[in-house]
Design a binder for this molecule. Structure first.
Ligand code: E4P
Length: 218
């Protein structure tokens, strides 16, 4: 399973890339706004930092302007995945860009029918938002199971399931069990994946006992 980092914060990406766990990056207009940085400059910098796909989202809502924006974003680097919203104009843009060989991430997916359309439009990634579904008292992970089932029924559908709006490690574990291809993780969730109180407790006890021996390995 691939892990993308869900942030536009270059310092965070640098720090986490050093763990060897980062296979790509996703951004959205809200994450970019949080950095206060110039969008195009920040994206170019991120593309230099990671080899894998870097999602950069269009902000127009009509087909012609989305396509122009998408083509401009794709020119920033070869690892750009143009992010388009799941609207009819977004799907048309997805089809046009993927026909040109550009990676496309179709975002704001909240239903299996939307995911089916994105795959038919040639999306490289579909981004179902599990956390936002949980927020409205719906089981977000059920959507991942349904999309997996649908995509697995048709060999021609090669779109990767990119689990988005991830809130906690349980979302990641459930996604992996269901065979999702990618999860995009806020930095705090990636860090939390390694945490367990029994690991901390066990290490503390080992180090205390080691100190009693008065020895040193080096
Ligand atoms: C990533 O592609 C999505 O934009 C992001 O995961 C949304 O997360 P949120 O629901 O926490 O804003």
């Amino acid at each position: 399973m691939k892990f993308f980092i869900d942030t536009a914060d270059v310092a965070e990406i640098k720090d986490l890339a050093a763990t060897g766990m980062v296979d790509g990056v996703t951004t959205n207009p809200s994450l970019v706004a949080k950095t206060g940085r110039n969008f195009l400059e920040a994206i170019a910098e991120i593309c230099d930092l990671v080899e894998g796909p870097v999602s950069a989202e269009v902000t127009a809502t009509d087909f012609d302007t989305m396509l122009t924006e998408g083509r401009k974003l794709a020119k920033i680097a070869t690892n750009i995945a143009v992010k388009v919203p799941l609207t009819w104009d977004g799907l048309k843009t997805c089809k046009a860009l993927s026909d040109d060989g550009i990676m496309v991430n179709v975002t704001l997916c909240f239903s299996p029918s939307q995911a089916l359309l994105a795959a038919k439009a040639g999306a490289t990634f579909i981004s179902p938002f599990v956390g936002r579904l949980d927020d409205i008292a719906t089981e977000g992970m059920d959507l991942i199971a349904e999309i997996r089932q649908i995509y697995d029924n048709y060999e021609a559908l090669s779109t990767e399931i990119l689990v988005a709006s991830v809130r906690h490690p349980r979302h990641v574990v459930e996604s992996a069990k269901m065979g999702a291809d990618v999860a995009t993780l806020p930095p705090n969730v990636l860090r939390a994946l390694a945490n367990h109180p029994l690991t901390d407790k066990g290490l503390d006890a080992f180090l205390k006992d080691w100190a009693k021996t008065g020895q040193s390995i080096l």
